[in-house]
Ligand binder design. Structure first.
Ligand SMILES: Cc1cc2nc3c(=O)[nH]c(=O)nc-3n(C[C@H](O)[C@H](O)[C@H](O)COP(=O)(O)OP(=O)(O)OC[C@H]3O[C@@H](n4cnc5c(N)ncnc54)[C@H](O)[C@@H]3O)c2cc1C
Length: 395
């Protein structure tokens, strides 16, 4: 791959990810793509990602992480995604769901949970979206009421990555107390985050039910779940940071995670381009490789320009995050542009491959097409990214 200004540490991580993908991901990629059964969650692969140090790569060393930069983390994500976006997502979700504890947890909470998340020993999930609160994330209907030393939680969540298999939830909800029930309080200021130990000895604790969502278009190595809470009791000390600060925790987490999704977009787009170049050189039509036709060359040229631009936006956002600068605008720009670039590139790749792109047994393009599509939806849709960008540059 042709990358501008990639430093030796990034290159070493990229190579490590490529070696890992060849050894552990490629042999199981097809089989995992056709899985639906939660008992067959890609547990072995998840554990291997943890063992390789990938899930915790940018988590603090003192908490069992690799202490690497966010730029190095997104280099890893880009390369894993190049090989298999769904397998990459296993790793990315582990990071997403642990981030709120690292940055907002008490010392005790960090020590208790982060090392186990970093190593892959336990599976965490980031539990924000509800049937009526997706883009409008502040509109939380799941509630918690304080009863003695416990919060009592009721409600429903949907589209939660690993929600059906996770051991630990970072759960966002609406706290019901005298302060937050005041009609003058904004919805966002009612959102509160709790850490929920969802399983004991592998079994769900009383008050939690889960279901695996079936017929998912792509990203099938990683499961997606629906969760119900019925009078779940959560110890008071599992409050994450402060009551009423959950929306800030969620948005702050999503800012960082959006750079990761941008890197997923770059990785899958690059794969689409490389597959297209190889195919254009070997497919003969009218006595000539199709790559000799200008129509095909133009598609390849357009793909390459967009990928380079998407990569630069993505690296820039990660560098700003590493430098401690404000990066809400840049992560939205990177996520929007890189995921739409991925869409553009997998679509062009399918066109270049003709019928051999549409049928999965002939090429990987059909899988790239299915895996890519959700990147423009999760962690904030493209429309929400445009709102964030316009809001930032027009204020
Ligand atoms: C596979 C998958 C994995 C996911 N993983 C997780 C997870 O781990 N944790 C989690 O909490 N959530 C997760 N999500 C949820 C995801 O973040 C939401 O689906 C997403 O935020 C969109 O919410 P929604 O589906 O309710 O769509 P809606 O919010 O109902 O949006 C529908 C359409 O309206 C548009 N729209 C909404 N508001 C506006 C507006 N103000 N201006 C313009 N357009 C607007 C949207 O862009 C979209 O096109 C996942 C989703 C999927 C599909």
């Amino acid at each position: 791959m042709n990358r501008y200004n990639i430093d030796p540490r990034q290159e070493a991580i990229r190579q490590m990810a490529a070696d890992f993908a060849k050894k552990y991901i490629e042999p199981v990629s097809k089989e995992l793509d056709h899985r639906e059964d939660p008992d067959r969650f890609a547990m072995d692969l998840y554990k291997q990602l943890g063992k390789a140090g990938f899930i915790g790569i940018n988590m603090p060393k003192e908490l069992g992480g690799g202490g690497r930069s966010n730029l190095e983390y997104i280099t890893l994500i880009e390369e894993l995604c190049y090989h298999d976006a769904a397998a990459c997502l296993l790793c990315a979700v582990g990071e997403l769901a642990t981030y709120p504890i690292i940055y907002f947890g008490s010392e005790e909470q960090k020590k208790k949970y982060v090392p186990k998340c970093a190593s892959g020993e336990i599976i965490p999930a980031f539990v924000l979206t509800e049937p009526s609160a997706g883009s409008d994330a502040a509109n939380q209907q799941t509630t918690a009421v304080l009863d003695g030393d416990h919060y009592v939680v009721n409600g429903e969540k949907i589209f939660i990555m690993h929600g059906d298999v996770a051991d630990l939830f970072v759960l966002f909800l609406r706290l019901k107390d005298s302060a937050t029930e005041d009609p003058g309080v904004k919805a966002a200021h009612k959102v509160t985050a709790l850490i929920v130990e969802a399983r004991q000895n592998g079994q769900l604790v009383p008050g939690i039910r889960v279901k695996t969502l079936k017929k998912k278009m792509g990203m099938r190595a990683a499961t997606t779940g629906r969760i119900w809470f019925e009078n779940l009791r959560v110890p008071k000390e599992n409050l994450l940071y402060e009551a009423g600060k959950g929306f800030r925790i969620a948005m702050n987490t999503l800012d960082g995670a959006r750079i990761g999704v941008a890197a997923q977009g770059v990785g899958i787009a690059q794969r689409a381009l490389d597959e297209s170049i190889a195919y254009a050189k070997k497919r003969i039509c009218f006595g000539s490789p199709i790559g000799k036709f200008q129509a095909i060359q133009w598609m390849i040229a357009d793909m390459s320009c967009r990928i380079e631009a998407a990569r630069l936006l993505t690296y820039k956002a990660a560098q700003m995050q590493d430098a401690g600068e404000k990066f809400s605008l840049e992560c939205a720009q990177a996520k929007l542009y890189a995921t739409e670039t991925a869409n553009f590139c997998v679509d062009r790749a399918m066109q270049i491959h003709g019928g051999y792109g549409y049928i999965g047994e002939f090429s990987v393009i059909e899988k790239l097409y299915r895996d890519q599509r959700v990147m423009e939806i999760y962690e904030g849709t493209s429309e929400i990214q445009r709102l964030v960008i316009a809001g930032n540059i027009m204020k």
